[in-house]
Design a protein around this ligand. Structure first.
Ligand code: ATP
Ligand code: MG
Length: 217
C-alpha cells in the first residue's frame, strides 16, 4: 500500500526531517508512527499525502509513484486518500453537513447521493443531530469526528491522521481510536502519527518509531 525507498526530506535548514528511510506498509494495516516532537512524524504524513515532496528517494502509494506525479494529478490521487489534521481544518462558516459533503461536492456528486452519504457517515460517527451546527458550536471531540467523517466520506483506501487525539482528553481520545479501528475493520489502511506511545501500544502491534528523522529498531 505504501512503500518508501531511501526517502530524504529536508526543509531550508538542511538538517533532514526525514533521513534516508525505507518503509513498507501493507494493505489493511493499522499503523502508528510515534516519536518525540520534531522527530519527523508530520513530515512523513505530509510526504505520503504528497503535500510535501522528498528531496530524494521514491514513494509509492497504492501502486502509484507519487514522487513523479504531476501537480495536476495530485487531486485525483487524493480522492483515494483521506486525511485528518490535528487542528481539524474545518470550514468555520459552513455547517457540519457542508463540511462533510465538501469532498463529494468538489467531484460533482449528485445532490441526492451526497445527502445519502453524508447522513450515513454522520450517523456512523454519532453526529447526525448536529448536522446543521457550525464547527465552533461543537466540542473538540465532535469537531474531530466531523473531520474524520469528511476524511472517510469518499471511502478512501488509505486514511492518514496526524495527532488525531492531540487535543482531546483520554476518554475521547479512546473513542476516536475505536472509530479508527472500526474504519480499519472495513478495509481501509490506517496510518496515525502520535507522540503518545501508550495509545499506540494499546491499539496496535504495528508501531513505527521515528527519532530525528530515522527509523528506530
Ligand atoms: N515547514 C517547515 N519548514 C522548516 N522546517 C520544518 C517545517 N516543518 C517541519 N520542520 C522541521 O522538521 C523537523 C520535523 O518536523 P515534524 O513536524 O515532521 O516533526 P513531528 O515529529 O511531527 O513533531 P511534533 O510531535 O512536534 O508534531 C523539525 O525539526 C521541524 O522543525
Ligand atoms: Mg507533528
Amino acid at each position: 500500500m505504501i512503500k518508501l525507498h531511501r526517502v530524504t526530506k529536508y526543509y531550508e535548514n538542511k538538517i533532514p526531517a526525514i533521513n534516508d528511510i525505507n518503509l513498507n506498509i501493507s494493505k489493511g494495516d493499522f499503523v502508528f508512527i510515534t516519536g518525540p516532537s520534531g522527530a519527523g512524524k508530520s513530515t512523513l504524513i505530509k510526504l505520503i499525502f504528497s503535500s510535501e515532496k522528498p528531496n530524494s528517494g521514491e514513494i509509492v502509494v497504492n501502486g502509484k509513484n507519487i514522487t513523479r506525479m504531476l501537480p495536476k494529478e495530485i487531486p485525483y490521487f487524493r480522492r483515494s486518500v483521506g486525511v485528518v489534521f490535528q487542528d481539524f481544518r474545518l470550514i468555520q462558516n459552513r455547517s457540519v453537513y457542508d463540511n462533510v459533503a465538501f469532498p463529494l461536492d468538489i467531484i460533482g456528486t449528485r445532490i441526492k447521493l451526497v445527502k445519502k452519504k453524508v447522513w450515513q457517515v454522520l450517523k456512523w460517527v454519532g453526529l447526525l443531530q448536529k448536522k446543521d451546527s457550525l464547527p465552533l458550536q461543537l466540542s473538540g471531540g465532535e469537531q474531530q469526528r466531523v473531520a474524520i467523517a469528511r476524511a472517510i466520506i469518499n471511502n478512501p483506501i488509505l486514511l492518514l491522521a496526524d495527532e488525531p487525539s492531540g487535543n482531546l482528553d483520554p476518554k475521547l481520545s479512546f473513542e476516536i481510536m475505536k472509530l479508527f479501528k472500526a474504519i480499519n475493520a472495513r478495509g481501509t489502511t490506517v496510518v496515525i502519527a502520535t507522540h503518545d506511545k501508550n495509545t499506540a501500544l494499546n491499539f496496535s502491534e504495528n508501531i513505527i518509531t521515528l527519532e530525528r528523522g530515522k527509523l528506530e529498531g
